[in-house]
Design a protein around this ligand. Structure first.
Ligand code: C5P
Length: 236
C-alpha cells in the first residue's frame, strides 16, 4: 500500500462528564487502563509506524504507563479543545510525516475498536480522494431541537450517521483542513468536519457497534462487556 501510516491519539481531555477523580483514559477497565487498551489496539495494527499521543500539559499519569516506553509511542502537549490537540500532534509529526503519508486520528476514549475495522478503514481511506471515517448508522429516529426544547425537525434516519473514530486522511489534506478551521475561528468536533469545510467529502465506513466512546460512568461497564465478548469470539 502506498503512503506510510501515522496515528494521532488526542488524550488531553479532562473527561468532565465522567465525574471521576482521574481523566477517563486512566480509569481501570478489565485490569488495565483505558489508554493501554486503546494503544494496544493501534500498536497491533502493523501498518502504523508511529503513534503520537497528545497529553495535557499537567498530566503526570501517561508517562507512568508501560505503553509509554514503546518505541513507536511518542507524546506531545495537547491544547484547549480536541481539535487543538490534534493540530499540535500533527505539527509534532511534521518532521517525519510527508503530505502524501496517511494519518489516522483515534480518540483515546475508544478502547474497543476492532482490528478488522482498522483494516477496512485503512483500505477505504487509501483509495478515497478525501479520506474516510468509521461511523454508526442511526438506529433511533433523530430529532433536531429548537432553542425552546421543542422538536424543530425530524431528520431522515436513512441519511443519518454518527461519526466515530478512527478517521484517516492524507497528512497534507488534514493539515490544510485544520489550519483553515483555526484561521476561520471554527472549533471542529471531528477531523472530517474540517475536511468538509474545504468542500471535500470523506467516505463513511460502517463499523461494529462495540466501537463506543467512553463518556459517562456507565460506559465503562459497557466497554468491559464488549471487550469480554470480543475475547469470547476470538476463543481466548
Ligand atoms: O470529550 P470527548 O469525549 O469528545 O474527547 C474525545 C477525545 O479527545 C478524548 O480522547 C479526549 O482526551 C481528547 N481531547 C483532547 N484535548 C482536549 C479535549 C479532548 O485531546 N482539549
Amino acid at each position: 500500500m502506498s503512503g506510510r501510516l501515522f496515528a494521532i491519539v488526542p488524550a488531553a481531555g479532562k473527561g468532565a462528564r465522567m465525574g471521576a477523580a482521574l481523566p477517563k483514559q486512566y480509569l481501570s477497565l478489565a485490569g488495565r487502563t483505558v489508554a493501554e487498551h486503546t494503544l494496544a489496539r493501534l500498536l497491533s495494527y502493523a501498518r502504523i509506524q508511529r503513534v503520537m499521543v497528545a497529553v495535557a500539559a499537567d498530566d503526570p499519569y501517561f508517562v507512568r504507563l508501560p505503553v509509554a516506553a514503546d518505541p513507536r509511542v511518542h507524546t506531545c502537549t495537547g491544547g484547549a479543545e480536541r481539535a487543538d490537540s490534534v493540530w499540535l500532534a500533527l505539527s509534532a509529526l511534521a518532521g517525519e510525516a510527508q503530505d502524501d503519508d496517511f494519518v489516522l486520528v483515534h480518540d483515546m476514549a475508544r478502547p474497543c475498536v476492532r482490528l478488522s475495522d482498522l483494516a477496512r478503514l485503512s483500505a477505504a481511506a487509501t483509495a478515497a480522494d478525501a479520506g474516510a471515517l468509521l461511523a454508526h448508522r442511526a438506529t433511533d429516529t433523530v430529532k433536531r431541537a429548537g432553542d425552546d426544547g421543542r422538536v424543530a425537525a425530524t431528520l431522515d434516519r436513512a441519511q443519518v450517521w454518527l461519526a466515530a473514530t478512527p478517521q484517516m486522511f492524507r497528512c497534507g489534506l488534514l493539515r490544510e483542513a485544520l489550519t483553515a478551521a483555526r484561521r476561520d475561528g471554527v472549533t471542529v468536533t471531528d477531523e472530517a468536519q474540517a475536511v468538509e469545510r474545504l468542500g471535500r467529502q470523506p467516505l463513511l465506513v460502517e463499523c461494529a457497534r462495540d466501537n463506543i466512546k467512553i463518556t459517562r460512568p456507565e460506559d465503562l461497564a459497557l466497554a468491559a462487556f464488549w471487550l469480554r465478548r470480543q475475547q469470547e469470539e476470538a476463543g481466548t
